[in-house]
Design a protein around this ligand. Structure first.
Ligand code: HSE
Length: 296
C-alpha cells in the first residue's frame, strides 16, 4: 500500500511552441511516494513548497483523483524535490506527474496516457493559476510531446539520440507566482507575420523530431512572440544567448516560463564550451547560475 514514482524535469515551449511543446530532460528529478493512510491528505516534503493540499500540485492531483474514482480513506504524499521550483524546469509539473502515475499504480487504475496527463495537469492549477499541459505531458510520457486540447490529446515522439541540451539556471529570486507573472507580460494580440514565423519554426521542430535530425530542431528554436516579451525578466539573457550561439549552440531560448535558459546542441563536444559561455553571460549581468548538461 505504498508506491514511489520518480518524474523528470522538462522544458516547455522550445521557442515557438508556446503551451504546445514539451521535452522531458534528465537534468533533475522529483520523487513522490504515496501511502494509504486512515483519512485525509497529508503532505510531507523536504522543500519550501506549500503543504496545504489545495495549494500543492501533488495535493490537488490526489484530491481530484480520489474524488473521481470515489476512493475512501486517506493518502500521505511524500515529496522529494530534486527540481528547483520556479525556474522553468517543470518542477511543479513533475511532482504532479509523479503523483498521478503513483496514484494510478497504487489503486491499479490502468489509466491511459491522456488521462494521466489530464489529472497531472489538474494539479498544475495550484501553481500556474491556469491549466497548461506542456510540462506535465513531457514529465508523464517522457520524450518530446505535442499537446492538443479540446479534447486533450497528446502526441509523443522519441527524440534523436544525439540531441543534447545545456540548461543554465540563474540563482535569482523568482516571484511567488512566477508562472502567472511571466504569463502576464505576453501580448494578447499578435501580428499575423509573427504568427507565421513561429508556426513555420514550430512545424520544422516537429519535422526535426520525426526525422531524428537535431540540426533542424536546434536551428528552429526561434520565437518572435513570447521570448521578446519575457526576456527582460532574465538578467543578461541577450548576452547568454549570444554567447551560447557563438560557442556552437544551434538554438537558445527561455526554458518554459523562465528564468532558466536552454541551449540546444547535437554535439557533446560543444557542450562544455556552451555551458561556460552561458555562465559568462550571466556573470556579465552580475548573476550566478547553475549549468546542467542534459539529454531528453
Ligand atoms: N508554456 C508555459 C509558459 C510553461 O511558458 O508559461 C510554464 O510552465
Amino acid at each position: 500500500s505504498k508506491v514511489t514514482v520518480k518524474a523528470p524535469s522538462s522544458t516547455a515551449n522550445l521557442g515557438p511552441g508556446f503551451d504546445v511543446f514539451g521535452l522531458a530532460l534528465d537534468a533533475f528529478y522529483d520523487t513522490v511516494t504515496l501511502t494509504k493512510i486512515k483519512n485525509g491528505i497529508k503532505i510531507i516534503t523536504d522543500d519550501n513548497i506549500p503543504t496545504n493540499p489545495e495549494k500543492n500540485t501533488a495535493g490537488l492531483v490526489v484530491k481530484n483523483m480520489m474524488k473521481k474514482f470515489k476512493i475512501k480513506g486517506g493518502i500521505e504524499i511524500k515529496i522529494k524535490k530534486g527540481i528547483p521550483a520556479g525556474y522553468g524546469m517543470g518542477s511543479s509539473a513533475a511532482s504532479a506527474a509523479a503523483t498521478a502515475v503513483a496514484f494510478d499504480k497504487l489503486f491499479g487504475l490502468k489509466l491511459d496516457g491522456n488521462s494521466l496527463v489530464e489529472f497531472a495537469g489538474s494539479g498544475e492549477k495550484a501553481s500556474a493559476g491556469t491549466v497548461h499541459y506542456d510540462n506535465v505531458a513531457a514529465s508523464v510520457l517522457g520524450g518530446f510531446v505535442i499537446v492538443r486540447t479540446n479534447p486533450l490529446d497528446v502526441i509523443r515522439i522519441d527524440p534523436p539520440s544525439n540531441l543534447r541540451m545545456c540548461v543554465a539556471v540563474p540563482t535569482i529570486n523568482v516571484p511567488k507566482k512566477k508562472t502567472k507573472v511571466s504569463r502576464g507580460v505576453i501580448p494578447k494580440k499578435i501580428k499575423l507575420s509573427d504568427s507565421i514565423l513561429n508556426l513555420s519554426n514550430a512545424a520544422a521542430i516537429v519535422v526535426g523530431f520525426m526525422k531524428k535530425d537535431s540540426e533542424i530542431i536546434g536551428n528552429s528554436i526561434k520565437d518572435v512572440i513570447v521570448e521578446p516579451a519575457r526576456q527582460h525578466m532574465i538578467p543578461g539573457f541577450i548576452k547568454v544567448k549570444e554567447n551560447a550561439i557563438k560557442a556552437g549552440a544551434l538554438g537558445v531560448t527561455i526554458s518554459g516560463a523562465g528564468p532558466s535558459v536552454i541551449a540546444f546542441s547535437k554535439s557533446s563536444a560543444d557542450l562544455k564550451k556552451i555551458s561556460l559561455s552561458m555562465t559568462k553571460g550571466f556573470t556579465s549581468a552580475n548573476t550566478k547560475c547553475q549549468t546542467v548538461i542534459c539529454k531528453p
